[in-house]
Design a protein around this ligand. Structure first.
Ligand SMILES: Nc1ncnc2c1ncn2[C@@H]1O[C@H](COP(=O)(O)OP(=O)(O)O)[C@@H](O)[C@H]1O
Ligand SMILES: O=C(OP(=O)(O)O)[C@H](O)COP(=O)(O)O
Length: 394
């Protein structure tokens, strides 16, 4: 996947419509995690340095095509101004005569932020008229919004019908790490898949089985695999309609020579609560009425060995109910194994990002994706619409 980026094009004096993903967690107007904003700064500064007029666009939340006051990007503009050390003007809309006038008066190197693009119903419908209105503002489309690259919307994909489209530096980095790991990994290549449900990760597992040497399963979804193998899993979360599928996936792994690693012990609780009674048991000794909420210490040890011996590791989804300290041990143990691994370590977005942060090892990872849904679809082997529209490098 060799896409043109902002390094490959002439930017001086150009009006650049730069789509970013500033959909950050916010509480009462205060940004609680600015990772996605910081991740876009290198692209913004590169564009500024090259003398472009930088028109930033993003969605925020799901306002469903209407103006929702709490979903304005005003706090984001303020925060970005601090990060850039330069005032970023935020406009009240993302298209229309006032926006066009503001863009027309921009200086080279100036940065403005348009209002939440999802205030227009045409955004999520990928309406050509809205895409054209965005395109009218600029000479070049730069997509740096990896987190929204799985959406075929007017500002992530549609706009590329009308003006040339290239990747920003964050988009380029995400494609390089996630794409590189999946297409030409250094081996042994291990994938760790956890989280609540098999249902959400079927396509990911199927695609990974064609690529990895080891596939580690953890979290709630491991229960379905354990039951499919004949274990009694008590009151654990289980998808009974996915037992056959789990058996098929296990057979596929065997056929392909992929080592499938499943928990050998688990932490069980008498109810789903942080202060529940708990005990560590082998997977074939889960007491009736108890539920597995984390992988056990023997499993952590087993997974640790495989992870540290790998040259490439990709991780998506926690090993247990890590939001509760009592059931976070397995997830933290895997995070520590990732830290100890000398190879390339990639966190595929979502809850696993919070997990490596909780374990204090985020800095040690080779790459942490800024996209949850986007990285999942990437790992499913799907072509993301926001990537597909970018020009190929000859
Ligand atoms: N054994 C388990 N039983 C119930 N829920 C679990 C278990 N293990 C993990 N979970 C839950 O799975 C959720 C994350 O699942 P998911 O959304 O699929 O992961 P991700 O966001 O990383 O893709 C977490 O909220 C976690 O508490
Ligand atoms: O936060 C996002 O998704 P993610 O939590 O799956 O990474 C993206 O900004 C996409 O948002 P959307 O799922 O409302 O299209």
């Amino acid at each position: 996947m060799n896409k043109k980026s902002i390094r490959d094009v002439d930017l001086a004096g150009k009006r650049v419509f730069c789509r970013v993903d500033f959909n950050v967690p916010m509480q009462d107007g205060v940004i609680t995690d600015d990772t996605r904003i910081r991740a876009a700064v290198p692209t913004i500064q590169f564009l500024q340095g090259a003398g472009a007029k930088v028109i930033l666009a993003s969605h925020f939340g799901r306002p469903k095509g209407q103006v929702v006051e709490e979903m304005r990007l005003t706090p984001v503009a303020k925060h970005l101004s601090g990060l850039l050390g330069k005032d970023v003007k935020k406009l009240d809309d993302s298209v229309g005569p006032e926006v066009e006038a503001a863009v027309a008066s921009m200086q080279n190197g100036e940065v403005i932020l348009l209002e939440n693009v999802r205030f227009h119903a045409g955004e999520e419908k990928n309406d050509p008229a809205l895409a054209q209105s965005f395109a009218k503002l600029a000479d070049l489309f730069v997509n740096d919004a990896f987190g929204a690259a799985h959406r075929a919307h007017a500002s992530t994909a549609g706009i590329a019908q009308y003006i040339p489209a290239v990747a920003g530096l964050l988009m380029e980095k995400e494609i390089r790490f996630l794409g590189g790991a999946l297409s030409r990994p250094e081996r042994p290549f291990t994938a760790i898949v956890g989280g609540a449900k098999v249902k959400d990760k079927i396509a990911v597992i199927e695609n990974l089985l064609t690529k990895v040497n080891h596939l580690i399963i953890g979290g709630g979804m491991a229960n379905t695999f354990l039951k499919a193998q004949g274990c009694e899993i008590g009151a654990s979360l289980c998808e009974d309609d996915k037992l056959d599928l789990a058996r098929t996936l296990m057979a596929q792994a065997k056929e392909r020579g992929v080592q499938l690693l499943m928990p050998v012990d688990v932490i069980v609780a008498d109810r789903f609560a942080a202060d529940a009674d708990k005990q560590t048991v082998a997977v074939d000794a889960i007491p009736d009425g108890w539920m597995a909420l984390d992988i056990g210490p023997k499993t952590v040890e087993l997974y640790h060995q495989v992870i540290v011996d790998s040259k490439t590791v990709v991780w998506n989804g926690p090993m247990g109910v890590f939001e509760m300290d009592a059931f976070a041990g397995g997830t933290i143990g895997v995070a520590k194994a990732m830290e100890a691994c000398q190879g390339t370590t990639i966190i595929g977005g979502g809850d696993s990002v919070a997990a490596v942060e909780k374990a204090g090892v985020a800095e040690k990872m080779t790459h942490i994706s800024t996209g949850g849904g986007a990285s999942l679809e990437f790992m499913e082997g799907k072509e993301l619409p926001g990537v597909a529209v970018l020009q190929d490098n000859e």
